[in-house]
Ligand binder design. Structure first.
Ligand SMILES: NC(=O)C1=CN([C@@H]2O[C@H](COP(=O)(O)OP(=O)(O)OC[C@H]3O[C@@H](n4cnc5c(N)ncnc54)[C@H](OP(=O)(O)O)[C@@H]3O)[C@@H](O)[C@H]2O)C=CC1
Ligand SMILES: Nc1nc2c(ncn2[C@@H]2O[C@H](COP(=O)(O)O)[C@@H](O)[C@H]2O)c(=O)[nH]1
Ligand SMILES: [K+]
Length: 486
């Protein structure tokens, strides 16, 4: 990264900085390759944060189809992690997984399911899982909730076979004014194709493991039987192990890393596949060096920038995220490690600036909580706006979840140390309610940033990006106005 002018004597976050364009020989935004250098195998530099309100199986399969990866939180039991990994590994790499209902089900049950998919339809199947119809939001509007799905579904099924040409399917869907087509093989439902999905398949490359399955990561804390947990995650098929705690620069973390590294190396010796280890969180060069020296391939950077995080207000500890990423990335690079910039991302520009500072990938939590794909229930506020509830992983709510096996006294004592909020409303953006809509917007912004800098890939961008420091009014000038000035 080049600096425009002098670096000020204080630390900076994303809104404090801007980039200027440089002479470029990259003539199209489609010529930019966003695959990450961090060894995780993602084709876009996005990681979904290991937060219970954000990262579950629907989120994981959806983002992996577009080239990103989700990390499952440390709080869920090992058997649930294994089931989730199995689900994601079994998911199709191109077709979306539909929700299915039976024709006999009341429409109320179909309505409850539609919010779980961005394509807003359910495939109606018979007892042998053969599709017999499709029911969409429109079909379910203004009908008695006890009407059966069979009474309102559309039976005129436009289905396609797995060998169908995707461009042709797109044209056929457009011609018939249809949103989606079930993909059927030997009468059995394989998935669905939507117009948007077909378009996205042409733009993104899925993040696939060496067996051609979608990738997914898992988080491990620094307490409990870490060796057993790491082994179970590796055996279940986790593609990256994230050793994660609030204060990553502590002895217990270094001990945990030692254990996880041994489990990983053993797994590599028996399978030939080396699973990267990410560890954090830290915000100093010393912290990054210690974690890299202890075996972390990726250093997770960020103390306090998270939207659910109260650490800085509670403790005064943390560091403005742009400077933290810049310093940790420089230290990590010296030791052959990479950085994930974790937390505080609210706009596509923040992702671009994290990459300019040297991040190999960027972790996003709360922004993705407000999407169809996050695990929470879909709620509506008094004005009818959709939202999901989110909470921090160090909130009293999460701590109480995480410490379930312990004594009441122990749990109450742990909850005293909360450093996160237990409930927040994350509204779904009416224009971009799905995580793929947000990814489209982020990736469009980042591709464009790269061409402004004349960079074809992440390594070139880190080298070529020219960053300056701006005032609050400089930042404000860049914001669009949705209403007039007066
Ligand atoms: N990026 C960020 O800014 C932060 C992220 N988080 C997220 O919350 C989740 C839970 O993390 P965490 O709270 O570490 O819980 P963990 O369950 O991972 O346990 C943390 C361990 O570290 C010890 N510890 C020592 N000092 C601290 C400290 N200052 N803060 C917290 N623990 C400390 C704790 O002991 P003892 O309880 O006895 O003190 C405990 O043994 C993680 O997913 C983490 O990423 C949490 C806070 C900040
Ligand atoms: N201090 C806390 N940090 C938290 C908590 N829960 C999550 N996090 C961190 O935030 C990022 C995600 O940031 P976001 O701005 O995209 O939401 C996550 O990866 C954690 O590092 C918490 O309770 N307290
Ligand atoms: K914060």
């Amino acid at each position: 990264m080049k600096l425009l002018g002098e670096m000020p004597p204080f630390d900076l976050t994303y809104s404090d900085v801007f980039m200027v364009p440089s002479r470029s020989s990259v003539t199209s935004r489609l010529d930019v390759d966003l695959s990450t250098p961090d060894g995780v195998g993602t084709t876009i530099p996005l990681v979904v944060a290991n937060m219970t309100a954000v990262s579950g199986r629907r989120m994981a399969e959806t983002v992996a189809r577009r080239g990103a990866i989700a990390v499952l939180p440390q709080d869920i039991p090992v058997h649930a992690v294994t089931e989730t990994i199995d689900y994601v590994k079994a998911a199709h790499t191109v077709y979306e997984t539909p929700v299915t209902v039976s024709a006999e089900a009341p429409v109320a049950s179909a309505i409850a399911l539609l919010g779980k998919r961005a394509h807003k339809a359910a495939v109606v199947v018979d007892a042998d899982h053969r599709p017999v119809g499709v029911v969409t939001e429109g079909d379910l509007r203004d009908v008695d909730r006890f009407t059966t799905v069979g009474q309102v579904m559309s039976c005129d099924l436009f289905s396609v076979t797995p060998d169908a040409d995707l461009d042709q399917v797109y044209d056929d869907l457009a011609k018939h004014h249809l949103g989606l087509a079930p993909v059927v093989k030997d009468g059995e439902l394989q998935g669905v194709l939507t117009r948007k999905g077909i378009l996205r398949s042409a733009i993104y490359q899925p993040a696939l493991d060496d067996r051609g399955r979608l990738r997914i990561g898992t988080a491990i804390g620094i307490n409990g039987d870490i060796a057993a947990k790491a082994k179970a995650m590796l055996e279940a098929g986790s593609d990256v192990l994230v050793v994660d705690t609030a204060h990553g620069h502590q002895d217990k973390m270094l001990d945990a890393l030692d254990v996880v590294k041994s489990a990983r190396d053993e797994h590599e010796a028996s399978t030939g596949t080396r699973i990267p280890i990410a560890a954090g969180n830290v915000v100093t060069a010393d912290g990054a060096r210690d974690l890299a020296s202890a075996g972390a391939d990726i250093i997770k950077v960020g103390v306090g920038p998270g939207a659910m995080c109260t650490t800085r207000m509670m403790t005064g500890v943390g560091r403005p995220q742009f400077s933290a990423v810049l310093e940790c990335a420089a230290a990590a690079t010296e030791l052959g490690a990479h950085v994930w910039a974790d937390g505080g991302v609210k706009y596509p520009r923040d992702v671009a600036l994290a990459l300019a500072a040297g991040a190999g990938s960027v972790m996003i939590g709360s922004w993705f909580a407000g999407t169809w794909e996050s695990p929470g229930d879909l709620n509506r506020d008094a004005s009818g706006r959709f939202y999901k509830e989110s909470f921090g992983m160090a909130s009293a709510r999460a701590v109480s979840n995480r410490t379930q096996g312990r004594t009441a006294f122990d749990r109450a004592r742990s909850a005293l140390f909360e450093e996160g909020i237990s409930s927040s409303k994350m509204y779904l953006d009416a224009q971009r309610p799905g995580v793929e809509d947000l990814i489209d917007s982020i990736i469009a912004g980042v591709r464009s940033s790269f061409t402004y800098a004349g960079a074809r890939n992440i390594a070139e961008f880190r080298e070529r990006a020219t960053v300056g420091v701006q005032s609050a009014s400089g930042y404000d000038e860049g914001r669009p106005r949705e209403t007039s000035w007066s």
